[in-house]
Design a protein around this ligand. Sequence first.
Ligand code: SAH
Ligand code: SF4
Length: 375
Amino acid sequence: MRAGEGKSRDRVAEVDGIAPQFSAGKRPNLKSFGRDSLRERFVADGLPAYRADQVMVWLYARGVDDIHAMTNLPLELRRGLAETWECRALETRAIQTSADGTKKFVLETWDGEVLEAVLIPEERRNTLCISTQVGCPLACSFCATGKMGLKRNLGVAEIVDQFIRAREVLADDDVITNIVFMGMGEPLLNLAAVKESIRIFTEPRSLGMAPRRITVSTSGIVPQIRPLLEIGPINLAVSLHATTDDVRDELVPLNKRFPLKVLLGALREEELITKKRPVFFEYTLMKNTNDSLDDARRLSLLLEGIPCKVNLIPMNPHPDADYEPPSREVCDAFAAEVYRSGLRVTLRRNRGRDIDAACGQLAARHLPQAKSVIL
Ligand code: SAH
Ligand code: SF4
């Protein structure tokens, strides 16, 4: 057995655990519920269902977190709601801005846990990368979040509030156009909360985002893929990173539980994956590990029969892992070979690397310095 292998296996075993849906704040949070469940809760409390709709407009369309400021609700009702419910799930502790305009939000939960969200401005869109767990139990060997282990799942309100906290800093005429669940944690180990948050993001009366503008990335929790996709036409990204089980076992220990054949077989048979709704395969390029032209050629054979696009990401280095990105020439040659084999492929630019905000660099370890510098 290699060093650390036993530990990884224990962590993989946590896949069986049932993820708690809501965090245990002092009171229930209004942002923990999509429209249907909030209406149900209100009706159970003897309130008309339309009051839930009014509250959702304040929370999301207007970004108001103070129940007393919801002025179309009767005063008595506002008082009653304020005694029962909370609205705010996260406080912004720091915002760091990269030379390329990427912003990292360091956010704190009611119980002092710290997580990160990243806003990536591009020419025609603003993408928000959000977290689903504090840490991650899956221990991928190249990922800073994986080195933290799992502290806990985030609740629905804590997932949704990342959007609200990030939107607060945008100019009035600017909007968040896309959401990627690619921050800290494995979304499919917190599936109930992820799905409820997607209901809130896409609810026409609250945030009204088109499902196609939402992407959920998974390292490959096979049994949870179908239940995720049933939420609607969102995008699925699968973190592949290797073309052989030996290499993937080392990079993504979850591969021992769901090896390539099982993962790709399930995707091949999944009828919710179509040409119109392809899978995005994420492939982090690591020097002398998974960056050979043989790997590039094997990719097209492996992915045969799965409508897909391949996103290549040069490894973002960090102190907790020894992997390095390949040279630019090697990345370009790999991308060209994948393209030649007939797959759609993009080589992603690294955004926010200078503030440790790029993919796989989120570890919420900069709070003390950032606190004093930023706020
Ligand atoms: N847990 C999910 C989503 C969060 S990670 C998943 O693994 O898919 C988001 C993406 O960043 C994944 O594709 C992940 O493999 C990749 N990643 C992790 N560490 C990285 C690093 N240091 N450099 C580049 N990409 C990395
Ligand atoms: Fe977890 Fe994704 Fe990081 Fe793997 S890459 S440790 S699944 S966050």
